[in-house]
Design a binder for this molecule. Structure first.
Ligand code: GLU
Length: 488
């Protein structure tokens, strides 16, 4: 059976060396999509053989992150499966057995040099402006491998041509093939060796991973041959770049831990949609894809080769879209069920009042942890200080040079007029319109004066909406106390 006909089994193989950032999640997501599309399996394997770089708790964190995004796996360290264990540190016997096969075939040898000696050779090559290849120093009579020194692969340099599902047809010459370390002196295998053994034993059909491994692929191809293994299909993900599209994504660009995004109130479906779009589209202009659509339409051949831009503004926009798609009822349920308190001051308010508030802000909500800032004034009267400050230094252009006394008279006139209103949104709009006419003023002048009185903020949802939710007596009371501030 050729590799293209193998049952589809993909894996996500993170090293527990830190939090899971968007790049890692994208690799996981693409593997998950390929598996789901084909009705295959998606496997989680923890690659914990670099003990020096391991971070305590990182494995649970990875598992939690995948769960939070709904990227369930069929086999994994906490789930078991036919090829358990799924944690490399528990598979050392496998690596030893495969290493022994290579030793027996004369394709692996004990490295007689200490790391310092290898480094000295590397430095010498660099000083002579020559590429360093360990195999140039391969010992004629290497010592037997005793487990205390590294075990090296005895490579067979040659040219390769191969197909990468994303990068296309690739080729390299024999000069990139070298004798790399299979098992380190601490007894743990290198990534280079362990992943090949595991992918074979776990019957992985597609290896989807980051660009940092691309340069090593020819060496892997050499090792597959030495082990008599058919290689899986290979797919290399493009880099994720910062919003300007020039340099690699950094924390400053908003590249947070995925669980931080969840905590900030980004919806899993929005995150999945956004992360899928980092380097992939279906060839059309479509941007919003449900999970089902992604499973149906995703294809590795449509992943772009060049770097993908990470733009947090776009994520905010997309999340806002998903929030609005839910609507007030569903959003309100979600907020009630969430272990996080997104309401802040509104936490213990009446459920119907909270829904009315949500209806006002849902159009501008980008992520849930913005709620306290957007809605706080619906639940508590703004402080005199914040109201005073805004009247003293209003941002609105038309208000900037207006004396406070004049603002006070406008606010008073507005209060008097609003006394006569029924306080439902339509009627309020009509009332505000006729107020503008009577006072011969502009919305840009009058509305900010009222808005500041009601909210202590520069921007709020539409005034009729805010007035109707706050209700007549609360609105008029806030306006009365703002009038006093303007008088003082
Ligand atoms: N353990 C590797 C890493 O975390 C994974 C590479 C792969 O997917 O093969 O970078």
């Amino acid at each position: 059976m050729s590799s293209s006909e193998k049952p589809v089994r993909t894996r996500f193989a993170p090293s527990p060396t830190g939090f899971l950032h968007v790049g890692g999640i994208r690799t996981a997501l693409f593997g998950w999509l390929v598996a789901h599309q084909a009705g295959g399996q998606f496997i989680l394997r923890l690659e914990d053989t670099d003990k020096a770089r391991e971070v305590a708790g990182a494995d649970e964190h990875i598992i939690k992150s995948l769960r939070a995004l709904g990227l369930d796996y069929d086999e994994g360290p906490d789930k078991g499966g036919p090829y358990a264990p799924y944690r490399q540190s528990q598979r050392l016997d496998s690596y030893k057995a495969w290493a022994q096969k290579l030793i027996d075939a004369g394709r692996a040898y004990g490295d007689p040099l200490s790391p310092a000696e290898v480094q000295a050779l590397r430095d010498r090559a660099r000083a002579a402006k020559k590429p360093f290849l360990y195999r140039d120093y391969r010992p004629a009579n290497p010592p037997a491998w005793d487990g205390a020194r590294p075990l090296r692969f005895k490579s067979e340099p040659k040219a390769y041509k191969w197909h990468d599902e994303v990068m296309g047809d690739l080729s390299t010459g024999p000069e990139v093939i070298d004798d790399f370390i299979l098992i380190k002196s601490d007894g743990y295998p290198t990534y280079n060796f362990a992943h090949i053994v595991d992918d074979a034993e776990m019957k992985i059909s597609h290896v989807i991973r980051g660009q940092e491994f691309l340069a090593s692929v020819p060496n892997y191809l050499n090792l597959y041959e030495a082990l008599g293994l058919e290689r899986p299909r290979l797919a290399t993900m493009p880099h994720i770049l910062g919003p300007d599209g020039n340099k690699k994504l950094s924390k400053r660009d908003g590249a947070k831990d995925v669980l931080d995004y969840i905590r900030d109130g980004y919806l899993p479906d929005a995150l999945v949609n956004f992360i899928a779009s980092l380097g992939w589209n279906d060839g059309s202009e479509q941007e919003i894809f449900s999970r089902e659509e992604l499973i149906k339409k995703f294809s590795l051949s449509h992943v772009q080769k060049s770097g993908a831009r990470f733009d947090e503004r776009r994520l905010e926009w997309m999340n806002g879209h998903y929030i609005r798609q839910m609507g007030v009822e569903q959003l309100s349920d979600l907020l009630n069920k969430s272990p996080n308190d997104y309401w802040g001051k509104g936490k213990s308010a009446e459920p119907t009042y909270k829904k009315a508030v949500l209806a006002q802000v849902i159009d501008r909500l980008k992520y849930l942890s913005e709620l306290p800032q957007l809605t706080g004034f619906f639940f508590t009267k703004p402080s005199n200080q914040s109201v005073r400050q805004l009247y003293e230094a209003p941002e609105d252009r038309l208000l900037k040079d207006m004396p406070k006394g004049q603002m006070g008279s406008l606010l008073k006139a507005a209060s008097q007029k609003l006394h006569t209103s029924q306080f439902d949104p339509d009627n309020l709009q009509a009332c505000l319109n006729s107020l503008l006419e009577e006072l011969e003023t502009k919305p840009g002048v009058l509305f900010p004066i009222i808005r500041i009185a009601l909210s202590g903020a520069q921007s709020t949802p539409s005034l009729p909406g805010v007035l109707s939710v706050l209700g007549k007596s609360e609105s008029l009371a806030r306006m009365a106390s703002a009038e006093k501030i303007l008088e003082s």
